[in-house]
Design a protein around this ligand. Sequence first.
Ligand SMILES: O=C(CO)COP(=O)(O)O
Length: 254
Amino acid sequence: MRKPIIAGNWKMHKTVAEAEGFLQQLMEEALPHDVEAVICAPFVTLQALVIQSAGRFVSIGAQNVHWEAEGAFTGEISVPMLQSLGVSYVIIGHSERRQYFQESDEMVRLKTKASLDGGLTPIVCVGESLEERENGETASVIQKQVQQALFDLSTHEVERVVIAYEPIWAIGTGQASTAEDAQEVCQLIRQTIAALWNLEVADQVRVQYGGSVKPDNIRTYLDQPDIDGALVGGASLTAASYRALLSAVSSEVK
Ligand SMILES: O=C(CO)COP(=O)(O)O
């Protein structure tokens, strides 16, 4: 049974004080136990968030990481640095990083492997552009991205990976994918993993949908058999909205 995972991606939003205010508000009421809540925040806010969330049902993640443990890489942050803070997740290969910072499939692979080696859970992002979708290339683009990111991992490593399917045209546009289209691609992701490893492994991997997910549409995605969660940008920025996402997915009595 795969536990639903709702991850907020704050992108380049929130100062330390704003991040602390969010978490304080979020934790005013108990959080559901049957949903994994993750906040992926800017580097500078991570320490404060980890301390503040200790012992509560919310985990903290970063939005990027370098694959080397240390070295002459000005401006970069490594896996051991994140681990030493108590961070447990890291987003890898978000389309904004691929587009604006030239992250290649090979860099995504290296970052994924380094994160797993260092005990972090990677949330590996894949997704097609509008042009690729219109050209009928969605399946081949997604298969290639999944294969390139994961191909050298052991079965035990793959099981720990979370994959986020985020069609680029749906990010921040209000033009969310239909639940059926998202299911089709998330099923393809699982089939790709099954072909590379086996069905049992593919059955363990959690696959999220991301792209204009809101409290009022999240349930339609989570109702799909191959969608185990969501990676959410805009609607994760206020405590009220993020809590509404968790509540919409939880089956606990409210
Ligand atoms: O990029 C996203 C999450 O990583 C999605 O962003 P939005 O939820 O704002 O569309």
